[in-house]
Structure formats: C-alpha cells, structure tokens
Design a protein around this ligand. Structure first.
Ligand SMILES: NC(=O)C1=CN([C@@H]2O[C@H](COP(=O)(O)OP(=O)(O)OC[C@H]3O[C@@H](n4cnc5c(N)ncnc54)[C@H](O)[C@@H]3O)[C@@H](O)[C@H]2O)[C@@H](O)CC1
Ligand SMILES: [K+]
Length: 503
C-alpha cells in the first residue's frame, strides 16, 4: 500500500521535513533538480541536446532553474525562459536564479524561438491555485504544441494535484518527475493523461515526514496480494466461506452466472445462488458447482429470505435482479434482516435510489458498487459532476451513510466511512464490457465470505478484478475481451500469487 497525497498534504509534508526534521529547503530543491536532471540525461545522454526550461515564480520554477544549471554543467545546450515575475519570485527561486547566473546560465524573459529537443515545464507545481488564463495559458499552449520531448517538474502545469482536473489549460507531459509521493491528480483522469510516464524521486521526504497527517488516498500494489485470506492444508469447503448471491431475473441469467463463477474462482468455499425459477437450468448447466435456491411469484418471501440468510456468511445482492415487484420485496426483506456483510450492486442500487429510507434498514456492514450512472441516481447529482469529483463524492456518500462505496470508473475509488479512500490503478479499457461489474461483485463477495476486513475486501477485490482484466488483455487483447475472460484472468492472477508465495 502506498499513500497518494493532495496538495495540502504534500505542502504539510514539505513543511514537516524542513521544520521538524531540520532538512534545508535548498537541499530538497537540489535533490529534486538532480533527480529530474538524471531522468533527462538517461533518455538524452548526448550533451548536444537542446533543452528549454520554462520557469514560474514559485518554487516549482526554482526547481526548474536548478535543473537547467545542472544540465548546463554537464555541457548541455540549455535555455531558461523565466515566465514569472522576478520581483514576486519566492526566496528559493530568487536564490536559484542568482546561483544559475553565477554559474553562467542565461535567463531569458522572452520565449525563445529556437527548436529544441527537450522542453522542461517548471511553470506551476502543486501551488497551482486557480484557472490558468492569459499569458500563462498561451505559454502552456505553446510548450505543448512545440515539438520535443516533454518533461514536467513535479506535476504537469495546469493540472490540479487534488482532482486531476485541467485548470483551463495544461501541459501534456511525456514524463513527470514527482517528488516524495504521487499526487492524486496524477492518477485521476484527465490528469493521468497529462502526466505521461511517472517517476517518483526520493528527495528526502518520506512516510516519516507525514507525522500526524493521515492521507486521504491510498493505492494498493501487487505486494498487497499477500493480504488475501490464507489457505491452509487442514481445511474444507466450509473454511472458505458461504456466499449467497441474489442475482438474475427472467431476461438476465448471465449476471448470476458471472458473479457465481467469479466467487468460486476467488476461492469461496460455497456459493448459493438465489434466483428466479426460470434460471434453474441455465445456472445448473453453467455453474454446476453452485447450489440453487429458486423463487417465483408464489414464494413466501420472508421465509425464503430467512432461510438463505441463516446459511450465509456474506451476501451479494442485485446483479441482474431487475426492478420488478418481486425483486423489490426480496431486497427489502433481505436488507431488513441481514446481519452479515452485504454487497449491493446494479438493480439493488437502483431500488435503493427509489427508496432512500431503506438505508436505515441495514444493520450490517454494507458495500455498494455503483457505476457513474447508478451513483447519479443514488445522489441525484449529474454524471459530469460525479466524474469531476470522483473521490469527494464517493467519500461524502460513504461518510454520510457509514458504508463502503466502490465508485466504478477508469480509476475506481473505494471510499471508507472514516474519510479514507483507495484509488485503483489496475485494469484497462477492455473491461468496459457487459458483465464485468457482475464479476467484481462475485470477487468482493467471495472475500467478504472469507471474512476479510470489509474495506480491504472491497479495495483488494477491485484491485484483483483489474489485474484479472490485465491478464485477460494479455490473452485476448482489449477489444475482444468479455466478462468470461476476466473470470479466467482471475486464475492467472491467483496462480501467479501462489507461485510467488512458494518461492
Ligand atoms: N521545500 C519545498 O516546499 C519544496 C518544493 N518543491 C517545489 O515547489 C513546488 C511548490 O511550490 P510553490 O508552493 O511555490 O508553488 P508553485 O511553484 O507551484 O506555484 C505557485 C505560484 O504560482 C502562482 N499561481 C498559482 N496558480 C496560478 C495561476 N493559475 N496563474 C498564475 N499564477 C498562479 C501562485 O500565486 C504562486 O506564486 C512543488 O511543486 C515542487 O516543484 C520542491 O523543490 C521540493 C521542496
Ligand atoms: K510543473
């Protein structure tokens, strides 16, 4: 697990490193510049390389001036364009400009006309505080349109470090060298697209510099797979949890099939599918490993729900259940009685958005897995707003309802009720296909049934689901990928993890 910082947290971390750990600002800046220079030299080892460094008045500009000096001392053909206001420059930046001039580097106040090989963007860093307009917008435009390899210092100028939003105009980098921690805006879209390749340089700011800061965002890594439920030799199917899946309707058997298959692939000991009578044959054919509990309009819903809940260690409710009267009754009676962890997806969420009072019914830990459209219905906010404020909206909803919210998008956010969230970086656009969400329900459901901590079950489930999609992409490519390939991808991911553990 790694922390991802927003600008406020990062500034506090810089402060802590200087004030509380005694590190000097100039040393941090020198290390930041050194790391950036080294990344450039790695890619462009020939000192005949022409480099333009565009600097602003803030400390990001100071980093840029220092990068230029270090390249100059290696014999590179460097020009600094100082786009900021010299008088208003920070003390550190003024000092860097003085040093650069003493070393013989020229600083120009005009945008140079020459063609260059590398353009270094040190206009704004994490101190960007408003929309970029006028002269600065023109400069960013020019830098982006100009030919040459594009390197951003700390963060692409114009990208919000907090949300990844383009603040008017932004620099589109091929490479970003960031310092200490990844910033949220480098993982969230559209910022991720402007970041290019991302290198995190160690400049002496690390987790110890956090002190009492509890970052709001975290990201899981492959090393976190070791947190999966342990399997032991002396065990039986009862040891790995019993998952009840309320899924499928007359026209939609597939949702139940994918969720059940994914749950079994994720190691669940026993899966029982509660579905409509009409799905009996297809489920028995497609997932013979699953136990079936079928219902119809004549079923005593209360008795049915009580029997199933008595058996289950965890429940997945919603994939493909439709919004029929029968599904509505089934969900209502289930939410009223449930005492084990529960995941609600798809039509269960659509029903919940019709009955906001139902939240109060649920006494057990709840995970919801809405996509943007479902989240729009749940919150009554437009999809565009949800997309722009992905983390905040997921967090607000999780805190308000004291539940875990998995808000599905290209970067899925798993928000915990305590205000912390995971941002997921696995997966690919091939997974934008029917049934992928049902697979996710099954994966997370299986982890809940295996008694993994609820937040971890949700975040790790999302991460593994993405990895399974990446494995599927290797096998079948992006365009041809179907939900069943993601289920198969789970085999690759878990098998690889078992091999790693054995080594
Ligand atoms: N000790 C430190 O604090 C360190 C800071 N470092 C660098 O310092 C950067 C942060 O520096 P600063 O906080 O000085 O901020 P920035 O250099 O990111 O820029 C802030 C300056 O730009 C102005 N500004 C903000 N948005 C604007 C807009 N839309 N249009 C026009 N002007 C705008 C602000 O008024 C301010 O003068 C980091 O990104 C990093 O590159 C690194 O050197 C590492 C150590
Ligand atoms: K920058």
């Amino acid at each position: 697990m790694k922390y991802i910082l927003n600008s406020r947290e990062m500034k506090q971390c810089d402060e802590n490193t200087m004030r509380r750990r005694g590190m000097l600002s100039a040393v941090l800046m020198e290390r930041a510049a050194l790391a950036t220079m080294q990344e450039i030299v790695k890619r462009y080892p020939d000192p005949a390389t022409k480099v333009l460094v565009v600097c602003g008045s803030g400390n990001n500009g100071g980093d840029g001036v220092a990068v230029a000096r270090l390249l100059y001392l290696k014999g590179y053909n460097v020009t600094i364009y100082f786009a900021g206001n010299r008088e208003k420059a920070t003390e550190e930046t003024k000092r860097q400009m003085f040093i650069a001039e003493q070393y013989g580097v020229e600083i120009s106040d005009e945008y140079p006309k020459d063609i260059v090989d590398v353009i270094v963007d040190a206009l704004f860093g994490i101190g960007l505080s408003r929309e970029v307009t006028g002269k600065y917008a023109e400069i960013l435009q020019k830098m982006t349109e100009q030919d040459g390899y594009k390197v951003a210092v700390d963060i692409a100028s114009g990208i919000s470090a907090d949300t990844g939003a383009v603040m008017g105009t932004a620099f589109a980098a091929d490479l970003t060298v960031t310092f200490g921690f990844i910033k949220a805006g480098q993982l969230l879209y559209p910022g991720a697209e402007y970041t290019g390749e991302l290198k995190v340089a160690d400049i002496g700011i690390d987790e110890q510099s956090l002190y009492e800061i509890k970052p709001e965002l975290k990201v899981l890594e492959t090393s976190d797979l070791k947190r999966l439920p342990r399997r032991v030799n002396r065990s039986n199917k009862g040891s790995y949890g019993k998952l009840l899946i309320l899924a499928g309707s007359k026209q939609m058997a597939g949702a139940a099939v994918f969720a059940a298959k994914a749950a079994y692939r994720m190691g669940c000991g026993l899966v029982r599918v509660a579905t409509v009578e009409e799905n009996r044959i297809i489920l028995q054919e497609q997932v013979p490993e699953a136990v079936l509990a079928v219902y119809n309009n004549g079923t005593d819903v209360v008795k049915f729900v009580e029997t199933q809940l008595h058996w289950a260690d965890a429940v997945v409710a919603g994939p493909g259940i439709s919004q029929s009267d029968l599904s509505e009754r089934m969900l209502y009676e289930l939410l009223k009685r449930i005492q084990v962890p529960c995941l609600c997806d798809a039509d269960a969420l659509n029903l919940l958005s019709k009955h906001p009072d139902w939240w109060k019914l649920v006494q057990s830990p709840l995970v919801i897995t809405p996509h943007l459209g479902e989240m729009a219905r749940l919150t009554g906010r437009p999809i565009t707003e949800i997309r722009d404020r992905l983390v905040q909206i997921a967090q607000e909803f999780a805190m308000e309802h004291q539940i875990t919210v998995v808000l599905k998008d290209a970067r899925t956010i798993t928000a915990q009720p305590d205000g912390q969230s995971y941002i997921n970086v696995s997966g690919n656009h091939g997974m934008a296909t029917a049934g992928a969400g049902d697979v996710l329900s099954g994966v997370v459901g299986a982890l809940l049934a295996q008694k993994l901590d609820i937040y971890l079950a949700a975040a790790l489930g999302v991460f593994i689901h993405g990895l399974a999609g990446d494995a599927a992409a290797e096998r079948v490519g992006h365009c041809a990928m179907m939900a069943s390939d993601i289920v198969d991808g789970l085999m690759d991911v878990l098998r690889k993890q078992e091999d790693t553990k054995r080594q």
